[in-house]
Design a protein around this ligand. Structure first.
Ligand SMILES: [Zn+2]
Ligand SMILES: [Zn+2]
Length: 204
């Protein structure tokens, strides 16, 4: 399996290119499973389930949750290693029947090269952290609707990678890479026309 990696200040993703065998094995399994990894607010999962189906034209399920990812915790950094969580998601037989797997974590994530990541995608799995998407994380008053919009934006971005859509130069496209939450808030969760048509082809 070959990997093309995207590095950016706050995101690291690797886009898997499936073997012909892998693709044929997945035909007919047109659903996306959302997996809470550790304790995750149910409203987050419900809102994602309600909105993502329209974006990807797939059935969205909330899967059986996974335990707290203690194995991924780095005591020195006080953060969780996102690639370790991705590997665990990949190994779970329960999720193999789904076309794509999105893990949702309420812990700060990192990869060794970066201070933190909002999410990571590799192959058919992706993981996002919702921790830094709350206004309270920055000492600001809670804003529930902004928080859920950010969660959807990060989820769509990472899942977009799993379907083969790379980063986009359009700052109003969900596939633009976020250097900061300002970028995330400006771009929102919608694809630009170019990425939308690319996605449509890839989803066939
Ligand atoms: Zn990205
Ligand atoms: Zn785009």
């Amino acid at each position: 399996m070959r990997h093309v990696s995207f590095f950016c200040l706050t995101l690291l993703v690797s886009l898997g290119i499936f073997s012909v065998m892998g693709l044929s094995a997945m035909e007919g399994r047109k659903n996306i499973i959302l997996v809470p990894v550790g304790q995750v607010n149910e409203e987050v999962l419900e809102k994602l389930r309600d909105h993502m189906g329209r974006v990807f034209n797939r059935k969205i399920f909330v899967g059986r949750g996974m335990p707290e990812p203690h194995y991924a915790f780095d005591r020195k950094r006080n953060q969780y290693f996102s690639s370790a969580i991705l590997n665990t998601l990949r190994e779970q037989k329960d999720y193999m029947a789904s076309e794509r797997v999105l893990g949702i974590v309420d812990h700060d994530l990192y990869v060794p090269e970066l201070n933190f990541v909002f999410g990571e995608a590799s192959g058919r799995e992706a993981v996002i952290s919702i921790t830094r998407l709350r206004q309270e994380f920055y000492g600001l008053p809670e804003d529930s609707s902004l928080f859920h919009k950010r969660v959807l934006t990060e989820a769509v971005h990472e899942l977009g990678h799993t379907y083969g859509v790379g980063h986009c130069k359009n700052p109003h496209c969900v596939m633009f890479f976020s250097n900061s939450l300002m970028d995330t808030d400006r771009k929102g969760w919608e694809f630009c026309p170019k990425c939308q048509s690319k996605l449509r082809e890839l989803l066939l």
